[in-house]
Design a protein around this ligand. Structure first.
Ligand SMILES: [Mg+2]
Length: 178
């Protein structure tokens, strides 16, 4: 079970992800979680640096989509603002990831999921066969049940680190421009 909770890569934020690394391992499509990955929880405000990173991902030739179980109206608003298609689905269910893959037109092994939650983004992504990237949440403001799961996440991260399973990217942020 612990292996299904282990991200392939653990980084501080989107800006620490190296596009050339993703290209090198055959990634062609990227699925993005929304809350606390590209926006603050419950907000439709997207930092300019995040917008630029997402634009850069497109420029590098990646197919991109959003995947969230949030309200459809909110997902649609963010999708329009970023000009990125969106799928709605309840992570970690496989059907959510199949919807995203269908939207991207990529195979699981050609696709990465980037998200801030182990029990939804990472567990679901691993089970669906995607390359999984865990980012640290953009803020501590979040849903009450998420706060509970954060405690479990900390335990999981400690265990993964103790067993040497956690691949972290500690270097300076890549592709980051203020
Ligand atoms: Mg999230």
């Amino acid at each position: 079970m612990l292996s299904k909770l282990c991200p392939n890569l653990y980084v501080g934020s989107l800006h620490h992800i190296d596009f050339s690394h993703l290209k090198g391992i055959g990634v062609e499509g990227i699925v993005f979680d929304i809350d606390n990955t590209v926006t603050m929880w419950g907000s439709t405000e997207i930092p300019a640096t995040t917008r630029k990173w997402l634009e850069d991902a497109k420029t590098h030739g990646f197919r991109v989509c959003l995947l969230s179980n949030n309200r459809k109206n909110r997902i649609d608003d963010i999708s329009r603002m970023l000009d990125i298609p969106s799928a709605k689905g309840f992570k970690p269910l496989g059907s959510a990831f199949r919807s995203a893959l269908c939207l991207l037109g990529t195979l699981p092994q050609e696709t990465a999921i980037i998200g801030d939650q182990i029990f939804t983004d990472i567990l679901g992504g691993n089970r669906a066969g995607l390359y999984t990237i865990l980012v640290q949440p953009m803020s501590t403001n979040e849903f009450i049940t998420t706060k509970f799961f954060r405690k479990l996440e900390r335990i999981v991260l400690r265990k993964l680190a103790c067993r040497g399973l956690l691949k972290q990217e500690d270097s300076d942020p890549h592709n980051f421009t203020e």
